[in-house]
Design a protein around this ligand. Sequence first.
Ligand code: PMP
Length: 372
Amino acid sequence: MSIYWNRRVVALSPYIPGEQPLDKTLIKLNTNENPYPPSPRVIEAIHRAAGDELRRYPDPACTEVRMAVAERYGVTPEQVFVGNGSDEVLAFAFAACFESSCHQARPILFPDITYSFYPVYAQFWDIPFTPVPVVEDFSITIEDYKQPSGGVVIPNPNAPTGRALSRTALASLVRYYEQTQEGRVVLVDEAYAAFGRDLEMASLTREHPNLLTVHTLSKAASLAGLRVGFAIGNPGLIQGLCRVRDSFNSYPVDRLAQAGAAAALKDAAYYEAVNQKVVATRSRVAQALQDRGYEVLPSQANFLMIRSPSQGGLEFFTYLRDRGILVRHFKGPRITDFLRVSIGTDAEMTRFLTHLPPPTDTCRGGEFPDGP
Ligand code: PMP
């Protein structure tokens, strides 16, 4: 707190990102990064871009990346917006698509257990919002969102649960909003969609002008360090995002990032192979955990949300951390007993499984079956 902050800054509750530890010996399973390296073509493209041309500003329109996205998703470059990580794209999308409370806007809707940046963006732009409770098994009921609102944000798969909605269910929501909620946007955050089965919705943006899909190269393209995300939508909606960007910073994506991102988008075969490995490891680990009595939410993402049969969430987190394994614990009424575990390499996940506490080590919540 400082006397030099304005009231707006005093009132903020910023997002707290997952830890990026300096200790490189930890097995890092806490921020859903891809355990496999980026495509060699990405590294070559970045090397090529790291030359004399760095004197010059990058292409503000990210033309090459937009063309590569258009090709990959079967849309036109006018339907694509590129930003500095999907966090920035989401921030701009909130600003461009949702009305603030000074215009007596209806609240936007998103799940109560979801990516914790959404309420931060809403608060930053003064957008009213109503969290919609997920069901007891952490699934989302699409019908709950079919009501008058200021718009909808749904990650598919959801984070941190990993649970996914079908494309059919989401398409029915998009149609409902198109037919009954004029001017209201359905934003689908597909950060983890590449790890699921038939989830991608971007092609539907051609028919539905109210659908905006948001994507990142951080997870499925092993490029969290490069900071590139993008949105796909109707050209008018995309122009709205450009207006917001150009009111902040016209060059958010640097030359190296644009070169690397375009190369990644063009090397689908490499990433398909890598992500299939992640999905195979996810199945193996989920099964191994269930065999030992852990609760494992069905995941279509590159992480598992798990509950120990014997330890509370924080206790389990500390137990693993003491053994050199870093996972993510969230404080929150229904998820505090769970840990989110990103899928690492097969070797890392084998070590993770080896370090789990023996079945009778402790009891959840400090309760002992035969008295204290
Ligand atoms: N959406 C969701 C659901 C996420 O979990 C994340 C990663 N924290 C992001 C968006 C942002 O990803 P990035 O900014 O790295 O593109």
